[in-house]
Design a protein. Sequence first.
Length: 398
Amino acid sequence: MSDALRELAATLSGAGEALWEAGGERRARWLATAFAHIARADSELGREAVQVLAASSGLSEAMVRWALDTTLGPLTFETLSAIERMPEQPGAVRARPGRLCAVVLAGNVVTGAARAVGYPLLFGWPVLAKASSGDDALARLMEAALAESDPELADAYRVVTYASQLEALTAVLLQQADCVIAYGSDESVKTLRAQTGSTASFVGHGHGLGVAFIGRDADHAEAARALALDVAAYDQRGCLSPHIAWVERGSAEFASRVQRELAQLAVTLPRGRMPYELAGAQLTWRGVSAMRGELFEGDGYAVSFEDDGPIRVSPGFRNLQVLGLDDVSSLPAKLAPLGVHLKSLGVAGVRDLTALARTLPAGVAPRVCALGQMQTPPPDALHDALPPWEGLLRWIGV
């Protein structure tokens, strides 16, 4: 099987010339057409995508449809073209892409493959994606959609999966690549980095979470509604999902508001099935919440208010901790222990997000955005404080 993987990598590398010569505009149109095809609710592929992704991820079909609309919908031809043209370096020209980009996908966010695979292709890299055998649905759907959109360029993208006992094959895959983009736990990213060739660029995206801050000037009704959507999205399983919310001069009243909003979303965006192995962790989290403060729960969601208690990251699946905060000036010290794992900071009741961002401590560099937008970063947003073309572009000084 190692030889087959090397042969596939060589075949993809051979398709790189046509991909590069096609130019950025054609690549952007190719990708945008494929994304639109998957996201269309009235197309055969779009209907198949919702069913397949719901089955593979455990999310409800309504949640999958929301995820496709908000993630693939913005990836239009105009947007992708602008991203492909955006990075420029004065006094230099772009170097040609390397032979192959290996993308190791995680399975926690059902739409994660879209940008992870799409951006290397946009910048002219052939892509070999390694997906989890239990959650390769979108990566496979993209194979079909890209082949229909532009059969010639589609030769530059393939997906592989294999059983966990064959994980040694991953080292073989990574050695064929000039760029490796890896998603997963901190430990898995560390292992993948060690397996990457010394001349290849490596971009790793490890464990992450989001938090929220609600300032004293916020409209609590609006903030609760927006925060509930951020919690419900992807059933709180993504690296941008909020697990803790600090409320300036907060009280249990705000936690109760969020719980009521989650109750509404349980109807329109119902929670998917919770894995059996997480049920115990959820029970423990809620029990500690009730002991330390007040717990507001319903069928498939819970919100605690623990005033100035310690941070407790929930097991996900719509369980949120709300804490009080005397003043916004105390927020940086609260965020410091989260370090590089803090990937999203949703805010309400703060007029100047730039000024707030400047107060964040060293080592903390999340995306700072309005509540309700934590799970829907724009296509050109930074990811782990890095631009979407990180590792994909090199420059030749002239």
